[in-house]
Design a protein around this ligand. Structure first.
Ligand code: GCU
Length: 423
């Protein structure tokens, strides 16, 4: 790396780490954590079209109301994703092995170039699939926060440019690869920074420039922010996974935690190839209802992380009731595919009840499309998995991804993707 590139990289990493820090933060003061102080609010009806007519058939939803709701999220929340799969996109499997993780897994590392330019934006995908699988397997796809080398202490995982070997495997607790492959699933992961570094106001790096017109240097009004870019990267990862012989491309589960849980929902909402969607502790701008103003608020998220959403989302700072959507409508865009919303009891910043309610209020759309929707009318107790097509789980403890979360992800995936729970 040359000196300016190294400087840029160090600056973006430092800033990035500053921004990542809240990931494990306790509840900031000055916000509402008291259920009795949740204001009265009324939610927009996902089945009430903009022209005032009520949607009463699956076809009307698919052909007219769904595109309308999708557009509202593009226009006012995440921004429009201006590009699909770039023409020059290509990949190279740069490493593979049959005997990873003590013989349990096959490992593959794939560099996905988003353009014909070798020095243009690109991402490295790390894939583990069970060695003993006879055919292609359902696969979890999730972005990671700190680099592929942090998800498992596997010395063969390539370090990102300038990456630090001493943190190899430090996020193992969040990525129980051995359990995942032993249960018959693959795991594909990418460092989210590869797609777009998580840095305020730096629109010159990551994938945004791929969509710039001549002379443009930042996304236009109503265009994608960082969540949009990360979600786009997940779709490009799926483009690759659909071609991998060891992966069942029709059973890819997009999952994410926290800001990356917001991302998995937006990705699953836009890209109907994802068979199942999981958000973990995704909170404000993810599964939680904005109108409740419990824990993190729209104003706060737009102030701390102005680059995550489209500029127009800021119009709703302190003005949530004017939003033409709320987050239950994001979940409804995933219908009729299974979706699992997971919360943690102590993670009040992410508003567990607001996440449950959002899942519940997406149910009318799921029911219209012929599924059971959300089976539980009341918020379930701790550790009680609701495994209807809209699933929900509340785990004891704080903002994190734990073995218990993975147990629940796998149980839910087994139920909905046709694997038996005894496997
Ligand atoms: C902050 C932010 C949350 C986000 C979290 C994370 O806490 O306020 O909205 O989910 O960071 O992604 O780590």
């Amino acid at each position: 790396m040359n000196a300016p590139a190294l400087l840029r990289w160090t600056a973006s990493l430092t800033l990035g780490l500053l921004l990542i820090a809240p990931e494990s933060m306790a509840q900031p003061e000055g916000f509402n954590y008291d259920e009795s102080k949740v204001p009265d609010y009324s939610l927009p009806d996902p089945l009430l079209a903009e022209d005032g007519s009520k949607v009463t058939s699956a076809d009307e939803w698919r052909l007219s109301r769904r595109p309308e709701v999708l557009r509202l999220f593009e226009d006012y929340v995440y921004g429009k994703t201006p590009i699909g799969r770039p023409e020059g996109m290509r990949w190279e499997v740069f490493e593979s092995s049959e005997g990873a993780i003590g013989g349990l897994a096959r490992r593959k590392q794939v560099r996905i170039f988003f353009s014909e330019d070798d020095n243009g934006p690109r991402m490295d995908l790390l894939l583990y699939t069970p060695s003993n699988a006879e055919g292609p397997v359902p696969t979890f796809l999730g972005l990671n926060f700190r680099g592929n080398h942090t998800v498992f202490p596997d010395p063969a995982i390539r370090l990102p440019e300038g990456g630090d070997d001493s943190v190899r495997g430090e996020r193992r607790g969040r990525w129980p690869v051995d359990t995942i492959v032993s249960n018959g699933y693959g795991l594909a992961t990418i460092w989210y920074h590869d797609i777009d570094p998580d840095v305020k106001d730096q629109w010159s790096d990551g994938v945004h420039p791929l969509a710039y017109a001549e002379g443009q240097s930042e996304p236009g009004s109503g265009e994608w922010g960082s969540i949009g870019a990360w979600a786009w990267g997940l779709s490009r990862a799926l483009d690759y996974l659909e071609t991998d012989d060891h992966v069942d491309g029709s059973r890819v589960i997009v999952m994410g935690h926290s800001r990356l849980g917001k991302t998995s929902l937006w990705s699953g909402a836009q890209d109907e190839r994802f068979a199942l969607v999981i958000s973990n502790d995704s909170g404000c701008g993810g599964a939680a209802l904005s109108r409740r103003r419990f824990g993190e608020t729209v104003e706060r998220i737009n102030t701390s992380f102005p680059h995550w959403f489209t500029d127009r989302f800021k119009r709703f700072n302190g003005n949530e009731d004017e939003l033409p959507v709320d987050q239950h409508m994001l979940i409804s865009l995933i219908a009729p595919r299974p979706v699992l919303v997971c919360s943690a009891e102590e993670d009040l910043w992410a508003d567990p009840r607001g996440e449950y309610l959002s899942a519940k209020h997406a149910s009318p759309v799921y029911e219209l499309l012929g599924t059971d929707g959300m089976a539980s009318r009341e918020m379930p107790g701790l550790n009680e998995l609701i495994s209807s097509t809209i699933g929900y789980h509340l785990r004891p403890g704080g903002h994190d991804v734990t073995d218990r979360d993975w147990e629940v992800f796998i149980e839910f995936a087994n139920r909905h993707l046709g694997r038996s729970n005894s496997q």
